[in-house]
Design a binder for this molecule. Structure first.
Ligand SMILES: C[S@@+](CC[C@H](N)C(=O)[O-])C[C@H]1O[C@@H](n2cnc3c(N)ncnc32)[C@H](O)[C@@H]1O
Length: 405
């Protein structure tokens, strides 16, 4: 058992007490780390994403690509119009955004399509699947007029019939926000990290970690499927990492709802070989609080974001098992360049296209940030498809077509 190094600095006391009750009511009075992460991020009243809509963005704990301005959404919309054509202009054309945050991306995609591709916009059904009630409220507010015209609807997965979607399901920084299991090696065994109650040192319960047997055989299968054995050399004893089983369940759900079309996933992550490199002994779990990051998930409980990198190899391989075939993988910077980011930068050098110097600097900075290879530009973009004919699968996608450097 290892006591978490920090007590509850500015944790949400209500959430801490509820979590303690949940742990006491659970078998062996412990919960998996994945369950803990689900509670602290998504508890319906007190979870980070349920209470702190305003904590995403420049004034909050972290920013995402849509916060850089409208270019990200507009460039993705360019790709979506091409997908619509590739699918032979279906009516309706479904765009399903999963984990839409504050609705910025939806706003920029919808505005761009309405203004530049009215034929596509007219047949568009834009759906949002979002877990946080607070963020749904913010999305509704932001999308106001467009949403009331009926183009945008909010769904739970249960409300989307099987095989009903023809179009593109997509997400930006969704998969990194899924709760992950923590595993650790101990004497050449794969063990799971559980969260339980420790001795109380102040009036708030304390959480401590405990290693135990795996909560699911899927954790073993996960590594077997990847052909990676972290229990033996060169992996050191005590090697700790994460397993994102929710990502696999999510792929299954998407594939089940998608009749014909695409799944586009943008996130930070690695291939399995890099993710589970023997030298990455502490995994990738990160906590974000006021734009600073650290690795203690037992601080600021309910007030900080928790996230883990995405294993793109697993998304690809597991995708294949549920009927999603890989069409391509690229980096965000390359994707956006192929969709016209370079042209947008070039336009900025023409003073007639920019209202004032401040706008010029802001847009230039935003465009550079979106393709920065040390930052957002290095995010992975995985495009998978389902239900396409061989001819449709072979149609080149603009975002994956990189001009020679
Ligand atoms: C890191 S934020 C990214 C928000 C937005 N896509 C952006 O780029 O700014 C993760 C988002 O995914 C949502 N989310 C997490 N798990 C979800 C799930 N299982 N289903 C739907 N939304 C989920 C969160 O509530 C939040 O809106």
């Amino acid at each position: 058992m290892s006591v978490s190094p920090q007590p509850h600095l500015s944790s949400n006391p209500q959430l801490v007490h509820l979590l303690a009750d949940h742990i006491l009511a659970s078998p062996q009075q412990r919960i998996t780390f994945a369950d803990y992460m689900d509670w602290v991020l998504y508890h319906p009243q007190h979870g980070y994403y349920s209470r702190y809509a305003e904590k995403i963005g420049a004034q909050g704990d972290f920013v995402t690509s849509p916060h850089m301005g409208r270019d990200f959404g507009e460039l993705l919309a360019v790709q979506m119009v091409q997908l619509w054509h590739h699918l032979d202009r279906p009516q309706p054309f479904h765009l399903l955004e999963m984990g839409a945050g504050q609705g910025l991306l939806a706003h920029d995609v919808l505005r761009y399509l309405a203004d530049h591709h009215p034929d596509c916009f007219q047949v568009l059904e834009y759906g949002i699947v979002e877990k946080s009630p607070a963020l749904i409220a913010e999305q509704r507010q932001r999308l106001g007029a467009i949403a009331s015209s009926g183009t945008v609807r909010w769904y739970t997965w249960d409300q989307i019939p099987s095989q009903s979607l023809v179009g593109c399901c997509f997400s930006n920084e969704l998969v990194d926000a899924f709760p992950v299991h923590l595993v650790e090696t101990q004497q050449q065994q794969l063990r799971e990290v559980y969260v339980t109650l420790g001795p109380s040192t102040d009036d708030l319960p304390q959480f401590v970690e405990q290693l135990g047997d795996l909560s699911s055989d899927r954790l073993c299968t996960y590594f077997e499927t990847l052909g990676i054995d972290i229990t033996h050399a060169p992996y050191p004893d005590g090697y700790r990492t994460e397993v994102n089983l929710v990502a696999q369940d999510w792929l299954h759900t998407v594939a089940q709802r998608l009749q014909r079309g695409y799944l586009l996933t943008i996130d930070y992550g690695y291939t399995a070989q890099r993710y589970y490199a023997p030298t990455r002994t502490g995994g990738t779990l990160q906590c974000y609080y006021h734009h600073a990051h650290h690795s203690d998930p037992y601080r600021y409980i309910g007030q900080q974001d928790l996230t883990a990198h995405v294993n793109f190899t697993d998304l690809e391989r597991h995708g294949e098992t549920v009927g999603l075939s890989k069409l391509g993988f690229t980096q965000q910077g390359l994707l956006l360049m192929a969709l016209g980011l370079g042209d947008r930068l070039a336009l900025l050098s023409n003073p007639a296209t920019v209202p004032d110097v401040q706008t010029l600097f802001q847009r230039r900075e935003a465009l550079h940030a979106l393709m920065n290879p040390m930052g957002l530009g290095n995010f992975g973009v995985l495009i998978q498809s389902k239900g396409l004919t061989d001819v449709e699968r072979q149609q080149p996608l603009q975002g994956l077509h990189h001009p020679p450097l």
